[in-house]
Design a protein. Structure first.
Length: 247
C-alpha cells in the first residue's frame, strides 16, 4: 500500500474519502488494516476534539461492520491453490488391490511460491464439509509446500480431496476431487458363533457368521452333531446373510 501524508489532507476531504470508502475495505487483506489504523491515529494526533471524534467514529464504524458481518472468506492472506495426487508404490494410481498402502500428497502454492507452514486436511470428497468423521487425516506442510498422508483404504470406490486451512498470511484453498477404486484379492476371514435355546427335545441352534470387509458375509452354514450317535441337526444346511441362521 502506498504511503500517504494523511495530516496534509483537509479534514472534510479526508473524512469524506474514508467514510465513503468503508465498503471497499471488505476486499482488503487483514495485513492492510493495521497500517491504515496507525496512519489515521497519526493524522488525528494533533487535531481538535471535534475532528478527532468524527474520524474516530468512522474508524469504529468500519471495524464494527466487519465484526458484525464477519470477515469474508479470503479476506485475510495471500491467495493459494491446492492440488492432490494419489500414489501407491511411488506411482500415480486410480485403482489398487486391497491391502495396498496409498499416499495422498497435497501441494499448496501461493503463485509460484510453496506455502509453509500450515495444516492440510485430507477428507472424503463426497461430504459437504471437511470435518468430523469425514476427515481421513491431517498433516503439516513442509518447506516444499507438500503434505502427505498414508493409509490402507477399504475395498470399494472412494473419492478424496485436500483442504488447506487458512493461516494469518495465506488464504485457505481446496483441491479438486481424486478418485480411487480398491479391488478385492483373496478371501476375507470369517468367524462363526453358535448359541442354543429352547427345552429338551425342542432345541434351537443359532449360528452367526461375522467377518471383515465392506459387506456382510453370505453363503450357507452346515450343521453336524458329535458324536455320531447324538441327535442329528435338521436341516443340515441353511442360507446365511450375515445376521445368523437358525437350525
Amino acid at each position: 500500500m502506498p504511503s500517504v501524508a494523511w495530516a496534509a489532507y483537509p479534514w472534510p476531504s479526508l473524512r469524506g474519502w474514508f467514510c465513503a470508502s468503508l465498503p471497499s475495505f471488505f476486499a482488503f487483506p487483514l495485513s492492510a488494516v493495521a497500517p491504515i489504523e496507525r496512519a489515521f491515529a497519526s493524522a488525528i494526533a494533533g487535531g481538535g476534539r471535534r475532528r478527532n471524534g468524527r474520524l474516530k467514529g468512522c474508524f469504529q464504524a468500519l471495524f464494527g461492520t466487519l465484526l458484525l458481518a464477519g470477515l469474508p472468506a479470503g479476506a485475510a492472506g495471500t491467495a493459494t491453490t491446492t492440488t492432490l495426487a494419489v500414489t501407491s508404490g511411488g506411482s500415480a494410481v486410480t485403482t489398487v488391490t486391497s491391502g495396498s498402502v496409498v499416499t495422498l500428497t497435497a501441494t499448496v502454492m501461493a503463485g509460484t511460491t510453496p506455502v509453509n507452514p500450515g495444516p492440510v486436511k485430507f477428507c472424503d470428497a463426497t461430504a459437504a464439509y471437511c470435518d468430523d468423521i469425514h476427515i481421513l487425516g491431517t498433516a503439516q506442510l513442509t518447506k516444499a509446500g507438500t503434505a502427505t498422508f498414508k493409509f490402507r483404504p477399504g475395498v470399494g470406490s472412494h473419492s478424496y480431496k485436500a483442504v488447506f486451512v487458512a493461516t494469518k498470511t495465506d488464504a485457505g484453498s481446496a483441491s479438486g476431487t481424486a478418485t480411487l477404486t480398491v479391488t478385492l484379492t483373496g478371501l476375507y476371514p470369517t468367524a462363526t458363533a453358535i448359541a442354543q435355546s429352547g427345552s429338551p427335545g425342542n432345541y434351537t441352534l443359532t449360528a452367526t457368521v461375522g467377518g471383515v470387509g465392506p459387506l456382510a458375509p453370505t453363503g450357507t452354514v452346515s450343521c453336524s452333531s458329535t458324536p455320531a450317535t447324538a441327535m442329528p441337526c435338521w436341516p443340515r444346511q441353511r442360507w446365511v446373510r450375515g445376521q445368523g441362521s437358525t437350525f
